[in-house]
Structures are given as C-alpha cells and as structure tokens.
Design a protein around this ligand. Structure first.
Ligand code: HEC
Length: 145
C-alpha cells in the first residue's frame, strides 16, 4: 500500500470512530414508521380541541378567524426548522426553554396536576406528532407583514 492509500485508509478509520462516538440525536428518528400526513397535521393544528396551537400561534389557516399572538407565527416554520428540531419542540419544548408556556405534546413524565383520566397519556399521539411535523415542514413562506 502506498503512502497516499495508507493515509486515506487512516482518515476513513478516524472518521468512522468519530461517527461512532457521536451520539445519535434522538429527535432525528421519527416517532412512528408511517410517514407524517401533512393534511392531517394541518387539521390537528387548526383544531382548538386537539392541537390548541392557534391559542398561542397564528398560521396560514384563513378559515380560523381567531388566532393567537403569544408566540411566533407558524408561517415559515419549514424554512426555519428541520424535522428533528420541530420534533424536539413538539415532544418536549421545555428541554429548549424550561420556562416556555408551550405544552410538551408528547411527554407523560414529570407533569403535575394531570387529570386522572389523562394520566400517562400524551396530549398528542405519536402519529399525530409526525403529522403535525409534516404539515409544519410545508410552511415555507414567512407571515405577511
Ligand atoms: C400555550 C401557548 C402555546 C401553544 C398552545 C403552542 N405553542 Fe408553540 N410556542 C409557544 C411559544 C411561547 C413559543 C416560543 C418559544 C418558547 O417560548 O418556547 C413557541 C414556539 C413554537 C415553534 C418555534 C417557533 C419559531 O420560532 O419558529 C413552533 C414550530 C411551535 N411553537 C409549534 C407549535 C405547534 C405546532 C403547536 C400545536 C401542536 C404549538 N406550537 C402550541 C407557545 C405555544
């Protein structure tokens, strides 16, 4: 083996070690094997009794007249965030900002004052989280000013 080939082999070996040593970011992995359905995701976001998103956020959902202004508009979310970043935010945004008022949609541990019927149940099911992520990724225009 020539020096160049040996160097290349060495580089590949070091790279492999680095990759193995980097912990996989958990939120890169979808919660379900069924890909998210953006249409259903939109329905969840628009529905005040399921997603609640529009209590705080606004978004390009013209049929919903009353939208929130406590949080950044969801418009352009697909430009600003990757699927993994959106998953972190939806599953348990308190990991990013412990003081956030945004609910942790897929966390059941460490919650207080949960009604008995809801105990151990996340706000949204795993597939619903993936559907909402698929929808948010389609939002590629900033809010009109
Ligand atoms: C009770 C209020 C509230 C509700 C309900 C809520 N959010 Fe949020 N959300 C926030 C706030 C406030 C922020 C700004 C960051 C922070 O404080 O955590 C935020 C941040 C975000 C972000 C990042 C915003 C950015 O900077 O681009 C996304 C995406 C998001 N929320 C999506 C959702 C979706 C989807 C739902 C419904 C499933 C939802 N939120 C429900 C309050 C809320």
């Amino acid at each position: 083996m020539g020096d160049a080939a040996r160097a290349a082999t060495h580089a590949a070996f070091v790279l492999t070690l680095l990759l193995l040593a980097t912990p996989a970011r958990a939120d890169e992995v979808p919660l379900t094997s069924t890909p998210g359905d953006a249409r259903n995701g939109r329905a969840i976001v628009a529905d005040r009794t399921r997603g609640l998103c529009l209590l705080c956020h606004s978004g390009p959902i013209p049929e919903e007249r009353f939208q929130g202004n406590l949080a950044p508009p969801l418009d352009g979310a697909g430009l600003r965030w990757s699927a993994a970043e959106l998953r972190t935010r939806l599953v348990d945004g308190k990991r990013l900002n412990p003081d956030s008022i945004m609910p942790s949609y897929y966390r059941t541990e460490g919650l207080h004052r949960v009604a008995p019927a809801q105990r151990g149940r996340p706000i949204l099911a795993a597939q619903e989280i993936e559907d909402v992520i698929a929808y948010l990724l389609t939002l590629r225009e900033e809010a009109p000013r």
